[in-house]
Design a protein around this ligand. Sequence first.
Ligand SMILES: [Zn+2]
Length: 265
Amino acid sequence: MRSLWLGFGLCAVALGCVLAVSSAAQEWKELKGDHFIIYYVGDDRFANEVLREAERYYRQISVDLGYERYSNFWQWEKRAKIYIYPTQEDFLKETGRQGWSHGFANFDTREILSYAWKDQFLESLLPHEITHLIFRDYVGFKGEIPLWLDEGVAQWEEPGKRAIVRGTMKSVLRSRKGFSLKDLTEVDIRNANLEQSVQMFYIQAASLVDFLVEEHGADNFISFCRQLRDGKSLNEALRFTYPTKIRSLNELEEQWKRYILDAPG
Ligand SMILES: [Zn+2]
């Protein structure tokens, strides 16, 4: 059971945090693509792989989120920057992050900072943080966007995560240890210190996005996000997007739970 939970960690997006990348301590090499510039130390091969995968994820995520027509926003001097520190120790020291952090995205500067963390960098961290950047570009900061939606989308774009979520969510519901949707929306998980709460938060977030996209379609999901961006409350955005199906957070919770519990397996 324990292994199922791996990968549901706190990603701690740097909301509104201005962070200057220290260039003095590192001799950065630079690798440029259409939408990304990779800054790295050492291994050229890994940097090339990161660039190739970043561009591929960018295209896929843009299509998924209906962002394609805006893709010119990330070109030339507006390219996103990815800093790859040589070790986690360097990364933590230079960015001042907590010991558990493997990387994060900075919205203000359109940067992703991490280190050459080979296990999960390409499959997990990279698509996750690129999604955060694209999603925030898309929905902005003015609307009432719950953190579960932000983290749900970011995880949904990690290859492999959907299958893990689908295989786990039913037992979470049956155990009755998860959050109610109201609590999930109101809790500030960044202040939670219980590992189990953090894991529950992340898995439920991913499962809700999976339900909305798979059961009600990507176009509706994009429309729902757009309503939030334009200032509607959660309930208003649901009612507007799914007028005959999901008219409130309560109805979303009921239908999502039924969908999970009725799924085979
Ligand atoms: Zn995240």
